[in-house]
Ligand binder design. Sequence first.
Ligand SMILES: [Zn+2]
Length: 270
Amino acid sequence: MIRQRIDSLQVWLFENLRRHEGVGHFVSTRVGGHSSSPYDSLNLSFNVGDTPENVRKNRERLVEAIGIPLNCVTTAKQIHDAHVKVVSKGLRGRGSVDYDGAINGTDAMVTNVPNTCLVILLADCVPLLFYDPLKEVIGVAHAGWKGTLGFIAQATIKTLLEHFGSSTQDIFVGIGPSVGPCCYQVGQEVVSQIEQVFGTKQHLVINRSADGKGYLDLWEANLKQLLDAGIPEENIETARTCTCHHPNVFFSYRHEKGKTGRFGAGIFIR
Ligand SMILES: [Zn+2]
């Protein structure tokens, strides 16, 4: 990924998506917004206790920097599930200025409607951005350990294939900043679920301790899913940046012990 400064903001961009003129995208940071601690400062979530006025101002600042109108921003009420929502024109802008308006209960969205910016909100979970330049369709997914175990990456790909006729070799994917295997210690309970689903040979859990805890590699788990689905390795870019290791750049639920804001990952067809 590359970092770009736009006025007071810092956004991160995937090089594999940036090459395509037909699509715009961003991964925002916590830098350059209006909110005060613990949401300082570019918190984009209406659902974490920040004042709605500040969140609206932060979103306005971000979309202005990106060059899109706020009313095309489309968000969802994320529930750590693996459901994929096909976003029609009528859903464009849902949740752009409040939480209640956001699309109900989904952690992944796909669309072929131009000027519809699909945005997911994050503080440690993995953002996935999808783009098929041939069929001109995009997708986003929010993959924490539950979504990853639920194969949300593959569910999103499947929807692009079945609903829009995409071919796997044409799809580009960005795996964004999230809590990394350096910091993401999980308990025995999660470890055994991961090993049940992925097996023990994938080395998705490292540095196991005697009490059964281990460090989960969400990047590798999602990368593996994408490769297994048939996405060419050269089409996938992984940020390999740990949010918990960079708490001044990204909101990190782990680092801030639960009380923090959310940054966003968004994509739109121009
Ligand atoms: Zn880390």
